[in-house]
Design a protein around this ligand. Sequence first.
Ligand SMILES: C[S@@+](CC[C@H](N)C(=O)[O-])C[C@H]1O[C@@H](n2cnc3c(N)ncnc32)[C@H](O)[C@@H]1O
Length: 222
Amino acid sequence: MIESKGWNWKIVKDEKEKIWKNPSIESYYLLNRWKSQNKRYFLDLGCGLGRHSILFGKNEFNVSCFDISQEAIDRTKEWAKKENLEFDYKIGDMLKLPYNDEQFDCIYCRNVISHTDTEGIKQIIRELDRVMKHDGECYLTLGSKDTWGFKQNNWPLIDENTRLRMEEGPEYKVPHFYVDYNLAKQLFSNFKIINIHQEIDYYEKQNGTTESYHYHILIQKH
Ligand SMILES: C[S@@+](CC[C@H](N)C(=O)[O-])C[C@H]1O[C@@H](n2cnc3c(N)ncnc32)[C@H](O)[C@@H]1O
């Protein structure tokens, strides 16, 4: 299994930081959904700068923040302090979660669990299953094999589904695992898949438009 590597958040500042402090669109839907289901114990797995921890914390969820990056946890802590919010913080590797069995009602992991290889993803999904309560839900995203990153034939291929990202920036040399629809379905066959869809994000860069494809998946533990 490939060695885990977190993001280098130290270089994410100013305009880039603003993007990562703004909750993602679907988080408002999930907030309403999980509130109406009376869910309470929320795990922000791979919390980054804490944008979803803050959103759920402000809405009275009991929040646990987890990341492999010390910088991510420090900056989430600093932000939460300014907002007068108290969270639980842990630094670690998602391959082995430092939580009890069935501790969480809901887990949020946007663009996180794909930072491993094929063997790693199976272990992480077993960990998610273990820490989720019965009827608990987890929202996650996975990179699609249709996306440009998977098609970079000059980036090291770790296994048939995984490449090392070689673009300069916070994800330099971080592993990326990619799926197609059938592989995504197979990975979550022990869960009820409530929703799965593929989304395209468009980014304007100096040399033109980049399209980034991700699967967005909402699962429930039987
Ligand atoms: C793309 S960022 C997403 C941050 C956050 N989920 C958000 O939407 O703002 C991915 C995060 O996953 C963390 N990460 C990567 N590998 C990890 C691992 N093995 N264990 C725990 N966290 C990890 C990174 O450090 C980074 O903070």
